[in-house]
Design a protein around this ligand. Structure first.
Ligand SMILES: CC(C)(COP(=O)(O)OP(=O)(O)OC[C@H]1O[C@@H](n2cnc3c(N)ncnc32)[C@H](O)[C@@H]1OP(=O)(O)O)[C@@H](O)C(=O)NCCC(=O)NCCS
Length: 188
């Protein structure tokens, strides 16, 4: 991680009183239009504040990163056992094709003003360490990355942090295509 003014960031479990800041950060990187090329630092499709609140209450691996008290990033993940409770077409596909205990990453997001500071990597290291210590321990993580529209920043970031693309999945009704990516948590 680069040297930062203001010291090291603090990573801890997300709380309900974080969700306003989480939702605002997610909105700031929301995809606008159908072209991922408008988003050189990556994009996502935000959840509503109510949905983030539900995740803060129930998702077992939802972490926030704060620098000097300001929220600068988050990773929203849960064990595969919780996928059905939260739903989503791609997550249903992942659950059907990857049985067994694993970590499901729904969103990772870093404030664009802090991109390239090592915060995304630090969030993953924190959540992976917790997943390794879970009972039962989680041996791998899965996520998806948009390919149509393409989130090239995310693909580069995930390749740099030990993930590999394992398959493609086309959404029903022609609403895009994603790559499914996997991370072996035994890798450090
Ligand atoms: C993608 C994202 C999470 C990266 O976070 P970050 O804090 O900037 O990443 P880090 O600084 O921890 O970088 C870790 C590694 O990824 C690489 N990386 C990160 N962003 C990259 C980019 N846009 N292009 C190429 N490589 C990138 C870094 O070079 C670094 O590699 P290194 O350690 O080998 O030098 C962040 O830019 C983001 O939140 N984007 C918007 C939302 C999004 O796309 N989320 C992912 C949805 S699947």
């Amino acid at each position: 991680m680069i040297e930062l003014e203001g010291g090291d960031p603090d990573i801890r479990r997300a709380r309900v009183d974080d969700v306003g800041a989480v939702a605002r950060l997610a909105q700031s990187v929301a995809i606008a239009g159908a072209d991922g090329r408008d988003h050189p630092k990556g994009f996502l499709i935000p959840y509503s504040e109510q949905e983030y609140e539900d995740y803060a209450r129930r998702a077992d691996f939802f972490e926030v990163l704060r620098l000097q008290g300001t929220l600068r990033g988050f990773v929203l993940a849960h064990s595969a056992a919780m996928s059905a409770a939260f739903g989503g077409e791609v997550y249903e596909h992942i659950g059907a094709t990857h049985p067994g205990a694993h970590l499901v990453v729904r969103q990772i997001c870093v404030d664009p003003a802090c991109a390239g500071s090592g915060f995304g990597r630090a969030l993953y290291e924190a959540v992976f360490e917790r997943a390794r210590r879970a009972q039962p321990p989680l041996g791998s993580a899965l996520c998806f990355i948009w390919e149509q529209p393409a989130n090239e920043a995310s693909a580069h970031f995930h390749a740099a942090t030990g993930w590999r693309r394992v398959e493609g999945y086309s959404l029903r009704e022609g609403s895009g295509r994603v790559g499914i990516w996997q991370r072996d948590l035994a890798l450090r």
